[in-house]
Design a protein around this ligand. Sequence first.
Ligand code: 5GP
Ligand code: ZN
Length: 112
Amino acid sequence: MSDCIFCKLANDEIETKVVYADELVCAFEDANPQAPVHVLVVPKKHYQDIADEVPSETIARVFEAANKVAKIKGIDQKGYRLITNKGADAGQSVFHWHVHVLGGKTLGEGLI
Ligand code: 5GP
Ligand code: ZN
């Protein structure tokens, strides 16, 4: 999608701090981190959100990449949180499906 910022970041059209990438997914540092580790994992292909008919393999590969990111960042032992927002009520602000990898500190116990 030509005017999508995450399409551009994930496909090397805009420079960013890439943590992990392969042919299907890209993981880069969040521009406004909410925790000491805050990385976004996105498919290179554009999907609006998790409900946008994302192929099962892509969903699996994004979550596998999130686990790899946690290892790369050294938070896999202490733990981390994976979040995906869908739509306005959930606070989604960028409409290219992404999973947040959050960690590096004790996170709040609540889900909301
Ligand atoms: P959402 O609210 O859609 O679940 O999350 C969007 C995330 O994207 C936010 O955490 C926000 O800080 C991040 N973000 C928005 N624009 C950019 C950008 O241009 N570059 C990067 N690296 N992150 C961005
Ligand atoms: Zn996109």
